[in-house]
Design a protein around this ligand. Structure first.
Ligand SMILES: [Zn+2]
Length: 398
């Protein structure tokens, strides 16, 4: 893909400062609603006049509603405000090599619509046309007058022309000369954020899954390949070019299995859907969907069970490395794998004892299974847009 940074940052300093103040006000309302102007001004450090102006603007835009007057106290009770959950929504779209997922999420984080569409191929023109269809279906379901905040489009990395571009089955084909943000903005007719799948999944888990309340954690994402999403002190970590977290191409078996990236012994060739598919193909079983894996697991299919046994050790080794590199509160496993298979993988891990994660005062388990299911990345895409609207903190520093 031709984008040098997966996120678009636009606007002058004054515009950004105005947007930041809107985020601050919306953030305080969401956390402490109902709340009055004077209270917001006191917590935020903005002047009462500035808060009043912002609130008027947010009310006009449909983000806030009046919520009566506070009783008690002297003088005229202060007018209170709360978030208008259905006042605005964001679209999340995940593009995988063989399917697209869509989700519409409102300002309060409630899911209004979800869909999965199979892709015959993943050429830009096919993906754009499917994106249009998902947009139309999603927008049909929303309440009248609801504003669209934009779309978070989630794609497998890596972004840009780098050494592991086009790494076989986990990558999209024919996107080298495509400006992904421009393509989706045209197809969806709204502002677009492009994000990698693992990072979006990490955000979804923080907004509504098992990472709620955590500030520093990692998420191992089973897409076609294997990605790593990282949130450190409440902020997603992207690296200089949006490619941080290509954990699938970390070598865990020097001289081991041949990977499509050109190296041997990459984690992805042992612990990923690609690896599962390859092991099952050797047994004459063609894998077409996550549901197939679920059925095979319920039957305790010998080829699938053999793959799970084989994946445990390289995955354990990678998790130990992730812990020592990032010192996370926990490492979450999730994405396009059935919950039962993820649970089996987790129960089979032999995590290294020599890890900074081995502490007597742990608050959370070393490993958790994600709670957002197979829509996690699409939900995360929408959550990123909502967070960009409401919270100055989870978005990357600009
Ligand atoms: Zn590789």
């Amino acid at each position: 893909m031709k984008i040098t940074s997966p996120r678009r940052i636009v606007g002058s300093n004054a515009e950004r400062s105005r947007l930041h103040n809107r985020q601050v006000v919306l953030g305080h309302v969401r956390e402490q609603q109902p709340i009055g102007r004077a209270e917001i001004a006191r917590i935020s450090g903005l002047s009462t006049q500035a808060v009043s102006n912002i609130i008027a603007e947010l009310e006009e835009d449909g983000f806030l509603l009046e919520a009566g007057r506070q009783t008690g106290g002297r003088g005229l009770p202060a007018l209170q405000y709360r978030l208008n959950g259905d006042g605005a929504a964001a679209l999340g779209i995940e593009v995988r090599p063989d399917a697209m997922f869509g989700a519409l999420v409102n300002l309060e984080g409630e899911t209004l619509f979800t869909t999965r569409e199979a892709l015959a191929d993943n050429a830009p023109v096919t993906v754009a046309s499917m994106a249009r269809r998902i947009r139309a279906a999603a927008l049909e379901t929303r309440p009248a007058g609801q504003r669209m905040l934009g779309a978070g489009v989630v794609m497998p990395g890596p972004f840009g022309n780098v050494g592991i571009s086009g790494a076989g089955q986990s990558a999209l084909q024919g996107w080298e000369d495509t400006d992904a943000a421009a393509l989706f903005e045209e197809a969806l007719e709204m502002g677009v954020i492009i994000e990698n799948d693992a990072t979006a999944a990490a955000v979804a888990e923080r907004v509504r899954g098992v990472a709620a309340g955590l500030r520093t954690f990692c998420f191992i994402y089973f897409g076609a390949g294997l990605g790593l999403g990282m949130v450190a002190d409440g902020e997603v970590q992207r690296g200089a070019f949006g490619n941080a977290g290509e954990v699938g191409h970390v070598v865990v078996r020097p001289g081991g299995r041949q990977c499509a990236c050109g190296n041997r012994g990459c984690l992805e060739t042992y612990a990923s859907r690609i690896a599962a598919r390859a092991r099952l193909a050797e047994a004459g079983i063609a894998l077409t969907s996550t549901d197939d894996i679920d059925c095979l697991y319920r039957d305790r299919n010998p080829a699938l069970m053999a793959w799970l046994d084989e994946a445990a050790e390289p995955l354990s080794q990678a998790i130990g490395m992730i812990e020592n590199l990032f010192d996370p509160e926990t490492v979450i496993l999730g994405g396009a794998m059935p919950d039962a298979v993820l649970d089996h993988l987790i129960s089979g891990l032999a995590l290294p004892g020599g890890s900074v994660a081995v502490r007597p005062d742990r608050q959370t388990p070393r490993i958790l299974r994600g709670a957002c299911g197979r829509l996690t990345a699409a939900l995360g895409g929408a959550a990123l847009v909502i967070h960009d609207t409401i919270t100055p903190r989870i978005a990357a520093k600009t």
